[in-house]
Design a protein around this ligand. Sequence first.
Ligand SMILES: [Zn+2]
Length: 442
Amino acid sequence: MFSGGSTSGAAGSLLPVAPTLDGLRDALGAFAAHDGAGLTETELVDHLTALEKVKSAIAAAQARVSATLATTRARSEADAGVPAAERCRGLGNEIGLARQESPVRGRQHLGLALVLVHEMPHTLAALTRGDISEWRATLVARETATLSKAHRAQVDTELTGQLTGVGDKKVADLARAIGYRLDPGSALRRIRGAETDRRVGLRPAPDTMCNLTALLPVAQGVACKAALTNDADAKRAAGDPRTRGQIMADTLVERITGQTSANAVPVEVGLVMTDTTLLGGDQTPAHLDGYGAIPAFLARRLVRAAEEAWVRRLYTSPHSSSLVAMDSRRRTFDGQLRRFLILRDQTCRNPWCDAPVRHVDHVRRAGDGGPTTADNGQGLCEACNYAKESSGWRTRRVAGPGPGHVVETVTPTGHRHQSRAPDPPGRRRYPYRLEIQFAPAA
Ligand SMILES: [Zn+2]
């Protein structure tokens, strides 16, 4: 399957030969042609197992290739006089782009690669043999993250042979238990480290619902749940007809937003929709800032329920992305122009990054003469904006294959990645998009 064959006899020993890029591409074709036709049921099951092991072996190869890239980059940057602390900055983002994943995942992949290659050879070997999946290797690395290098190596050695045939939870338990025995203080460091990770997130759920999640220290999480439960029980006892779950959800919204009722639409909710969706009963979906697409009827319901709403026209002409003039003479994006770019880009413009926009920045740097205009602006998350400033990264506005705002990012290795701003609601059919902004609750 891989060009060069799987083994070659060199001086009497069988040494594996690394596949070439063409060989890897050929492998894609071979896998695409594989549907198991003509195999017996026993063979089909055997093929499933073999394919699973190939996935793990590929993950191990990706880890080794990533670690080699890090070593090579550090060496070339050292030769170029880059200070040690700044070497390989942005490399995780490059790995994310190369693996068609977000920068966050890219940095995780690089971290795992360095741990496996330099600190956990037995775990890497298990991954290479297909005994464990990439996720289980990640769990072993994660559970040993607060240990010293020596203790981590000890866990790696002790786990040899124990990882085959055990599930995700058991893999993590095994690694953690050895770590606690070798270094009892690591438990305390883990707790302190975990507490710095506390955060709140929002994920879309089916039927235009969403999951608002909080990662909290356990005592605080339990206290929040108890407060909501006690409040709901008291209201139910006083005759409130809502279910316990409904009261808890409503009280959560009311206490966080300070609204008197959960249904009063909160401050600063941005909704982008066509004029005909708003006024004409059209079914073109709207975009709710911070969430994504919502059906037209729900957008209209939100507008109707608001005590007050502002309507602002964002685009000037039919079938184009030109917007009401908002260009600025200033060097920073602020006011309406910033608001427009956040709504246009919806999430970070880096390919495969879904993070919320935190920075609105120049595609062509202001210092290089880039104007502060919608064409030369893009919304980025914090991490992608910092990576873009690393040495060897370039961005420019290019004409895309279709309409829309296209930015090309060139990485230090010269790889080019394009990202196109998403289509606003009704781009092809309607002249105007409206942003509806709800007034603060009275
Ligand atoms: Zn990003």
